[in-house]
Design a protein around this ligand. Structure first.
Ligand code: SF4
Length: 436
């Protein structure tokens, strides 16, 4: 008998992709994905523990769903992802109506786990990297591909090494086989996923893997996330030389103060970081650089904060993800003195975002009048007369619908720029060199 599953997904791309894997695995066990929890026989919460807010959001949603068990006696509720791995059996204490708790390493065994007893918790899985998953992908153009799992870095604020476990790289043969299959099925773009892709190690390193992937011929290759310490000259050369690797680098800085970077256990200084992006910009003209910043790390003084603002003004990111420090139990920064108040952190964050907005707008305005390559993704959200696509630098581009199909790659002359998107018209003109 077929059953229905609904998944709540919180947090990062790893979780989005893990949910695709869960649906793929469950469909082999007779489940069909549905659009609302009310229709489901199984509800999974794929959780995020990176910030206290994400965790609170999950627990309040979990509380709201409890009443569905009275309506459907066979309904099972499962908690997956980082909160599951972090809180373990504690979830059953807080929510005894939960049937199963499993960490990110046990998706492959989901059907078997569901047949077993109530209140089951599943520990780490040493065979994770060897697992092959049936994956129900959300898009037929762009695909996530895991290349490694876990993280060994132990940045002092971060819970991920505790929830996702030690770094394990997938065998290159299995990554390459997955991408060959995606290419054969008409996918245009892959994004290689890992907490720290630059430390990928199997029978080859990450630049070696990129070269092998480049040879498959898929149109666009992206990857995330990179750690500045591990970004090698060899990687920069691979990006510069391989035509399918997109000109976009997401390189989290986290702070512009060397003192704070040291407390964060990041393993680089601001000038190391500057050197890396100088080389990137020199070797890959037009590359877009995005980053992450955490404001309000314990003990961050006004002077430290000003150094971060100076850094973002100097670097001129194409886009920035900025967050307030969130205290996570179990991490080494948890017990640091001088925690900043919420209003202080909020003010610092808002001020920083305002500065970055001006930079993003200015950087996008430099693209006015240039010609860029766009992968058409489908109809624009707000107006069916327009199409939406993405540049190689990962910027959203809107153009009039001239009958182009999703997956088509076209040249677009940019006629207007905004903070979150570019607008243009299809053109036969050549790509502007060193544009985004
Ligand atoms: S590199 Fe640092 S911030 Fe990123 S997942 Fe690992 S510990 Fe967390």
């Amino acid at each position: 008998m077929r059953k229905n599953v609904f998944i709540y997904t919180y947090g990062c791309q790893m979780n989005v992709h893990d949910s695709e894997k869960m649906i793929g695995v469950l469909s082999e066990g007779g489940y069909t994905a549905v659009g609302s929890p009310g229709e489901a026989d199984l509800i999974i919460f794929n959780t995020c523990a990176i910030r206290a807010k994400a965790e609170q959001k999950f627990f309040s949603q979990l509380g709201r769903i409890k009443s569905l068990k009275n309506k459907n006696k066979n309904l099972k509720i499962a908690v997956a992802g980082c909160v599951a791995q972090e809180t373990k059996r504690g979830i059953f204490k807080r929510a005894p109506y939960v049937d199963l708790v499993f960490g990110p390493q046990n998706i492959g065994a989901l059907n078997t786990l569901l047949e077993q007893n109530k209140h089951l918790f599943v520990e780490e899985n040493p065979d994770l990297a060897e697992n092959e998953f049936s994956t129900a992908r959300d898009s037929s153009l762009r695909a996530w591909v895991s290349v490694m799992y876990g993280c060994n870095n132990f940045c002092s604020y971060c819970i991920v090494p505790y929830t996702r476990g030690k770094e394990i790289s997938r065998p290159s043969s299995s990554v390459l086989a997955e991408i060959r299959d995606l290419h054969g099925r008409g996918y245009k773009e892959v994004t290689l996923l890992g907490q720290n892709v630059n430390s990928y190690r199997s029978d080859m390193n990450f630049p070696g893997l990129l070269r092998q992937i480049g040879a498959i011929g898929i149109d666009r290759v992206r990857f995330m996330t990179s750690h500045p310490r591990d970004m090698s000259p060899e990687l920069v050369e691979a990006i510069a030389e391989l035509p399918n690797v997109c000109e976009h680098m997401h390189l989290p800085l986290q702070s512009g103060s060397d003192r704070i970077l040291h407390l964060m256990n990041r393993g680089y200084t601001l000038s190391d970081y500057h050197r890396k992006i100088d080389i990137l910009r020199e070797r890959v003209p037009g590359i877009a650089i995005t980053g992450d910043i955490i404001v309000g790390f314990p003990g961050e003084t006004e002077a430290d904060y000003q150094l971060t603002l100076d850094a973002i003004r100097d670097i001129e990111y194409d886009g920035l993800f900025a967050f307030m420090y969130s205290k996570r139990e179990g991490t080494s920064a948890y017990s640091l003195d001088n925690q900043l108040s919420e209003p202080e952190k909020t003010e610092r964050l808002n001020n920083l975002l305002k500065i970055q907005e001006e930079i993003t707008e200015r950087k996008n305005s430099l693209l006015d009048g240039t010609v860029i390559e766009v992968l058409i993704e489908g109809l624009a959200e707000n107006d069916a007369a327009f199409l939406s696509g993405r540049s190689r630098t990962n910027k959203v581009v809107i153009l009039p619908d001239g009958g182009e199909r999703s997956g088509e790659i076209v040249n677009v002359g940019i006629t207007r720029t905004r903070m979150h998107s570019l607008e243009g018209i299809r053109t036969d003109r050549k790509i502007t060199r060193s544009s985004s």
